[in-house]
Design a protein around this ligand. Structure first.
Ligand code: F6P
Length: 328
């Protein structure tokens, strides 16, 4: 291992996700394993600007592998988007003797890291942490698997009551720009229809599909809607539309909201976080930077950070076909 790096800073930024703590633990302990120092940076880039730092050793991260959220807290720092903010952040890092960064977060967090690297040549490695699973260069982001399990568990419960009352439920899940949660949890929970930002299903087709469901003998239905879906109507607006135009449906709405971001990480997310955390630190120690660590075909791989930021994570079209077939 190269001896250039002596102290790594770790931060969590953007929307939190289950598994971030497991990743912090892995980063801190990998640093200890290789006899280098690790500093926790609180509240993402905002903490970098304010010098909100704490030196962390292997015992600082005891008993957090099973905890949701992030012990380092998170923020979406507007100040870091300004050159003055980044200058302050750089001065604080230099004063604290930190010579490389591990950024755990999503696309916005990586964009900030990349900018910082371009301006100050500061080594940065990204670990993808977001429940949305919308990052290029990895099949899974931290927290996605946990969020899927949470959503499926809740929709199972909604189905119980939907079925008792012969109701149609519109269930809104997170995913401002990405339909991975809606599509996968929708299939897992047996949804009749799934609306995602990547495909415009059209209101007419939705109405048609629900009419067919009813005609085929289904007494209740569940439609999973990603926040950013392309029909352009919120779950409540869709309810209004059905109330007015199809009174034969008894419609209810459930917005799952931030509960999807909390909770204990699944085993998958804990193992993923551990693998990516180790790789992030060892990549820096090998003298490499500006990469994101990710998982492709069950291998931990590196993707240039710029590519991870610019690339678009794709929806699996085959899943849409599968959903259409199994929901008839
Ligand atoms: O973490 C990503 C995400 O969960 C999106 O799916 C969602 O739209 C957004 O965060 C909500 O962010 P906030 O917590 O700032 O409301």
């Amino acid at each position: 291992m190269s001896v250039n790096i002596t102290k790594i800073g770790v931060l969590t930024s953007g929307g939190d996700s289950p598994g971030m703590n497991a990743a912090i633990r892995a980063v801190v302990r990998t640093c200890a394993f290789h006899n280098i120092e690790c500093t926790g940076i609180y509240r993402g880039y905002q903490g970098m600007i304010e010098g909100d730092f704490e030196i962390m050793g292997p015992r600082s991260v005891n008993n957090i592998i099973n905890k949701g959220g992030t012990i380092l807290k998170s923020a979406r720092s507007k100040e870091f988007m300004t050159p003055e903010g980044r200058k302050k952040a750089h001065e604080n890092l230099v004063a604290a003797g930190i010579d490389a960064l591990v950024v755990i977060g999503g696309n916005g967090s990586f964009t900030g890291g990349l900018l910082f690297n371009k301006e100050y040549g500061f080594p940065v490695i990204g670990i993808p942490g977001t429940i949305d699973n919308d990052i290029y260069g990895t099949s899974f982001t931290l927290g996605y698997d946990t969020a899927l399990n949470t959503v499926v568990e809740v929709i199972d419960k909604i189905r119980d009551t939907a079925s008792s009352h012969n109701r149609l439920f519109f269930v809104e899940v997170m995913g401002r720009d990405a339909g991975h949660i809606a599509l996968n949890a929708g299939i897992g929970a047996g949804a009749e229809e799934i609306l995602i930002p990547e495909e415009d299903m059209g209101l007419d087709r939705l109405v048609d599909s629900l009419k067919k469901s009813k005609a085929s003998g289904k007494s209740s239905s569940i439609v999973v809607i990603a926040e950013g879906d392309r029909i352009g109507k919120s779950a409540f607006e869709l309810k209004d539309y059905f109330d007015q135009n199809m009174p034969e449906y008894d419609v209810r709405v459930s917005i799952l909201g931030h509960m999807q971001r909390g909770g204990a990480p699944s085993c998958f997310d804990r193992v993923l976080a551990s693998r990516l955390g180790v790789k992030a630190v060892e990549t820096l120690l090998e003298g490499n930077s500006n990469y994101m660590v990710g998982l492709l075909k069950d291998e931990v791989v590196l993707t240039p950070l710029e590519q991870a930021v610019k690339g678009k994570s794709q929806i699996d079209q085959e899943l849409i076909r599968v959903s259409d077939i199994v929901s008839i």
